[in-house]
Each structure stands twice: as C-alpha cells, then as structure tokens.
Design a protein around this ligand. Structure first.
Ligand SMILES: Cc1cc2nc3c(=O)[nH]c(=O)nc-3n(C[C@H](O)[C@H](O)[C@H](O)COP(=O)(O)O)c2cc1C
Length: 264
C-alpha cells in the first residue's frame, strides 16, 4: 500500500524533465491507477494520458511558468455539475500523488492548458479539458521515492501559508496545531497541498469534531479546495481517522468565506 503521508511530503511541482518517455511499466502503473479510481461526489471526469514531445526547449504550457523536457502528460477532463471542480481536482491530485509514489515528477498546469493539449483529446459537447500535468523523470535522473524521502519537507514547503492562517477556530481566529488535536497531522498535510500560484485560497474551520471547508475568491479557488480536500481525507484515512465529507445545511459562514462542505 502506498504511504500517502510520504507521497504528500515528497510531492512538489516539477518543471524540468529529462525528455524520456515513460517506461511501459510506469505508463501502465499510472494508467492502472486511473482505471481503478474515480472522482468523489459522483462527479463525471476522466484523466487521459497524452504523449506529445515538446522537445527540450522551455514551453509555456500553463498560465505561468514553463516546462522543459516533458513528453508525457495527464489531462483532466470533466463535465459541469455540483462539486465538479472540487471532485475532479480531488481525483487528479490522487493521481498526482500516486505518480509521486512511483518516483515521477508532476506539475498542475492551468489556463492555457486547453490550447496546449486540446488537439490531443476528443471532447464531447459539455466536456472541458480543465487541467493538465506533465508526468515524467525529473532532470535526467529518475528520482527514486526513497531518495525523495530525504527531502526536508518542512523546509521544502516553507513558502506555504502558516497553519494558523489556513485553519480557523469557530470565531474565525487562527487555530494552532496543538488545538487541532488528532486533526493536526492531516491538516498539516493539507497545508502543503499545491495550489495555483501557491495562493492557497481555502480555509478550514474546526468546529467541535467537525471541520468546515471554505473557498475564498479566485479563479482556481474551488480546484485548490478540491486538492486540499484530497490531502485531508486521504491522509486522515491513512492515519485511521474516521469520517467523510458531507454538505451541511447549517454550517457557519465567515467573511470572504464561501462554504463548500464539511468533514463529519
Ligand atoms: C490549479 C493549479 C494550477 C496551476 N497552474 C500552474 C501553471 O499554469 N504553471 C505552473 O508553472 N505551475 C502551476 N501550478 C503549480 C503551482 O504553482 C504550485 O503548486 C505552487 O507554486 C506550490 O508549489 P508546490 O506544488 O511545489 O508545492 C498550478 C497549481 C495548481 C494547483
């Protein structure tokens, strides 16, 4: 079984690859994981593996940054519907974390993704190619998972917002890790989730034993929240914390916070 905590700690956005296609073994392992999993909340989505060699030049494939040496990609395609952005992002992040556990580099790409990749997939009328990620070998050397584990994740994730900013008490003030109790570890693993421009436009409020998840303003806020939900739920389950996501009719609101779902 994949250690999801280690995968979350080891993952980081990789923008330089060695231009080698995925080995048949790695390709099959990724394809198999995609086939065996599905988005939560009944969301209709699919992940396509796309092979296209963009060469060794840096390419602007997303809305910012550039990617070099990638020739295999994953495209996330979904249909509109309730919790579509969150559910699709949750699942794509599960795939991303599985790639990390296989020693493969990834990087969420948004914005211009559609024009970069749409000719490689066939979309039905209401489908959208929402995001993509390169998947491949970092910098010419396959970064074995064992080697990735040597990263000091505390230092590697230094650019993320502090715990007390992302996680709240019911009155909206900052929650400390000590106050979070058994939720401290899954919340810390939520804190280090990837987000567009590293803006982390989500908040989680601890309310007794329940946690309320909120999106803030921003183009990708509901996607970033779905990724955060994935990190929270997958690590909570791995750590033996029981519960699940549910939309509550009576969840508290807050300034600049759009309520989405709770963990109960
Ligand atoms: C929805 C989403 C869209 C993103 N779009 C891009 C992009 O277009 N170009 C890029 O270089 N990185 C993109 N990223 C990667 C973020 O910049 C990255 O996750 C963030 O800086 C945190 O770094 P880390 O992933 O290494 O923890 C995106 C991430 C997310 C979640």
């Amino acid at each position: 079984m994949v250690n999801i905590v280690e995968a979350i700690q080891a993952r980081r956005s990789t923008r330089a690859y060695d231009n080698a296609p995925l080995t048949a073994e790695d390709h099959d392992a990724v394809a198999q994981f995609i086939a065996q999993t599905a988005p939560p909340f009944g969301v209709q989505a699919r992940v396509e593996l796309i092979h296209h060699d963009f060469g060794m030049e840096r390419q602007k494939l997303g809305s910012y940054g550039s990617v070099k040496g990638a020739c295999d990609f994953m495209g996330l395609i979904h249909r509109p519907g309730p919790l579509a952005a969150e559910g699709a992002a949750y699942w794509f992040e599960q795939v991303v974390l599985h790639c990390t556990s296989l020693g493969l580099g990834t990087c969420w790409l948004a914005g211009f993704t559609h024009s970069s990749f749409s000719k490689h997939v066939t979309l039905e009328a209401d489908e959208k190619l929402a995001y993509a990620s390169p998947v491949g070998y970092v910098g010419g050397v396959k970064p074995l998972f064992e080697r990735l584990k040597l990263f000091d994740s505390e230092k590697a994730h230094i650019t993320k917002k502090p715990f007390e900013t992302l996680f709240l008490r019911p009155d909206g003030s900052g929650l400390t890790a000590a106050e979070a109790g058994r939720y401290a570890e899954p919340l810390e693993l939520t804190r280090i989730a990837p987000s567009a421009k590293n803006q982390q436009p989500f908040r989680v409020m601890l309310d007794g034993e329940r946690l309320h998840f909120y999106a803030m303003d921003g183009l990708f806020a509901h996607t970033d929240l779905g990724i955060a939900m994935c990190h929270f739920e997958q690590s909570a389950r791995f750590l033996g914390i029981e519960g699940g996501f549910e939309v509550l009719p009576d969840a508290p609101g807050g300034p600049d916070l759009e309520y989405v779902i709770s963990w109960v």
